[in-house]
Design a protein around this ligand. Structure first.
Ligand code: APR
Ligand code: ZN
Length: 369
């Protein structure tokens, strides 16, 4: 079949809309009609070349859609099923999966590394040239093919644009608080970077009753959204010293938990400095490949801080994605407010520009089929 897709042909260039041939799903694969795809900063990392992936390729890893067809041997899905993509397809029976850590499963490493399915071929082509998969999802396309392990079923009542966000930003951000850090009521939280992911760290902290919840961002509108999602205090680092303000608000100690949700060496150091003795610095943002952060082991020892990182919110995906959707249904988790802008596929580069300009929480591509 034919489908339009936003293709990364060359790094540091805008995505191009290509008309592609999409193969039928092979053994264990599913063809999905994509309904909505979030524009996440991780996609921008590929575009800017901060993260590498074989090119040309179709990015997009935060999305939801409807199963169009299934390949031989697929048992868990049928045409018509609403599904959300998971960008770390997991086998379900290895050590990590059995320990509730599917994002650490090695199952989909070959797809991520090669940009090809397990048989070494791609399902996307243009004029005989292979177009690669990204993270085994590639949902900036009208239709995509993924391994069945890269999908989770959705309940029928959740709008697919809202569900898409749970495929990355919401689970990563809320999960960082609930599952990675395990923040409890009354504990103090700092969130540096309040974009699509950071705002979810803020709402996760509010959800568990943390306080104060201190949000830092260089864009005033982001601070406004952070307050709407439950931040009790906000800091513009261009005007105030983050570490100083956090100390003032936490009895001079620093935060119990400081989350870095940008992916920069300087703000990771800032988060560490703003963490109290015995507290935890949580790295959520992806740094460009090769980034290093100096570590003073003596300071670490004397302060007994913990530095930890979280991938995909450390969520047990098949358990936690339905949980998060239930919280949305109950009005405890906000998803509607996170979508600042809906785009057509042709407008996708505007979504990245808006992200860089800081004018959106999330933009989302909605496909008209
Ligand atoms: N101090 C505070 N905030 C900053 C600073 C800074 N020095 N520099 C940038 N920011 C803010 C931006 O204004 C923006 O609101 O960080 C936020 C980053 O948000 P987005 O660009 O929307 O990125 P997001 O999709 O949230 O992803 C954040 O997490 O999953 C990773 O790859 C992703 O590394 C990325 C990070
Ligand atoms: Zn993402």
């Amino acid at each position: 079949m034919r489908a339009r897709a936003a293709v990364l042909a060359e790094v540091k260039k805008p995505l191009e809309i290509w008309e592609l041939e999409v193969d039928a799903p092979k053994e264990g694969e599913v063809l999905v009609r994509v309904v909505a795809a979030g524009v996440c900063h991780s996609d921008l990392h590929y575009i800017q070349g901060d993260l590498e992936t074989p090119l040309p390729a179709i990015p997009g890893h935060e999305g939801a859609g409807v199963v169009e067809a299934v390949g031989p041997g697929v048992t868990r899905f049928r045409p018509g099923d609403p599904v959300v993509f998971v960008f770390r397809a997991f086998c379900g029976h290895c050590f990590y999966c059995l320990n509730g850590r599917p994002a650490l499963c090695d199952f989909s490493n070959p797809i991520r590394r090669t940009g090809r399915m397990f048989d070494g071929t791609t399902r996307f082509h243009r004029n005989g040239t292979d177009v690669h998969h990204v993270l085994g999802v590639s949902c900036f396309a009208e239709y995509t093919v993924v391994p069945e392990q890269g999908l989770l079923s959705l309940p029928p009542d959740i709008p697919l644009d809202r569900a898409a966000l749970v495929g990355c930003g919401v689970t990563t951000g809320v999960g960082a608080v609930l599952f990675a850090a395990g923040v409890r009521a009354g504990e103090t939280v700092l969130v540096i970077g309040c974009g699509g992911v950071g705002l979810n760290v803020v709402q996760g902290a509010a959800l568990v009753g943390a306080g104060p919840v201190i949000a830092a961002d260089v864009v005033p509108q982001k601070l406004e959204w952070a307050r709407q999602l439950g931040a009790t205090h906000t800091i513009d680092p261009r005007e105030q010293d983050v570490v100083e303000v956090v100390r003032e608000l936490t009895g001079g100690r620093g935060a119990d938990y400081a989350f870095e949700v940008i992916g920069r060496a300087d703000t990771i150091q800032q988060a560490y400095a703003a963490t109290r003795k015995g507290g935890t610095t949580v790295i959520v943002g992806l740094t460009p490949m090769g980034t290093t952060v100096p570590l003073d082991p003596l300071d670490l020892l004397r302060t007994e801080k913990t530095i930890k990182a979280t991938l995909y919110g450390s969520a047990n995906l098949p358990r936690d994605i339905p949980r998060l959707l239930e919280l949305y249904r109950l009005g405890r988790l906000r998803l509607d407010e996170l979508i600042s802008r809906r785009l057509r596929l042709e407008e996708i580069n505007d979504g990245f520009e808006a992200m860089l300009a800081g004018s959106v929480a999330r933009s989302i591509v909605v496909f008209e089929h």
